[in-house]
Design a binder for this molecule. Sequence first.
Ligand code: DAT
Ligand code: MG
Length: 140
Amino acid sequence: MAVERTFSIIKPDATRRNLTGKINAVIEGAGLRIVAQKRVRWTRAQAEKFYEEHKARPFYGELVDFMTSGPIVLQVLEGENAIAKYREVMGATDPKEAAEGTVRKLFAESKGSNSTHGSDSPAAADREIALNFRLDEIVG
Ligand code: DAT
Ligand code: MG
């Protein structure tokens, strides 16, 4: 297995409830290192571009509304097998289906308001990191 980087977002439902530190504790407890982090508020254009693969889905408008509804924390996580590992640490998209101990089981409110994003493939991780961080903002 190789050391990889993945892209993570702590979503507006989680920043609103002051859960950034608790989610970071789960991330670090799983052995992933936070090698870049910044708190921002996305414009609609930024959210639309980030989620453009979902443009045709019925929940796209709601997703863009939600992701621009408050501050978010953008992160790059590094570790062995980081992409698959963080998907496991997050749990299923719908917290009702998420395994015990996962971030979404612990903290998510609903399928839409689900506290975290994590890249789902190496190509997605590369694209999502490049969209959100300059190289000199990532310190491994
Ligand atoms: P994931 O974030 O687990 O990779 P996804 O890529 O299928 O899930 O969808 C992106 C986000 O869109 C997801 O985190 C929450 C929202 N979403 C997905 N399916 C939804 C649905 N049926 N209703 C409302 N929001 C949904
Ligand atoms: Mg996804």
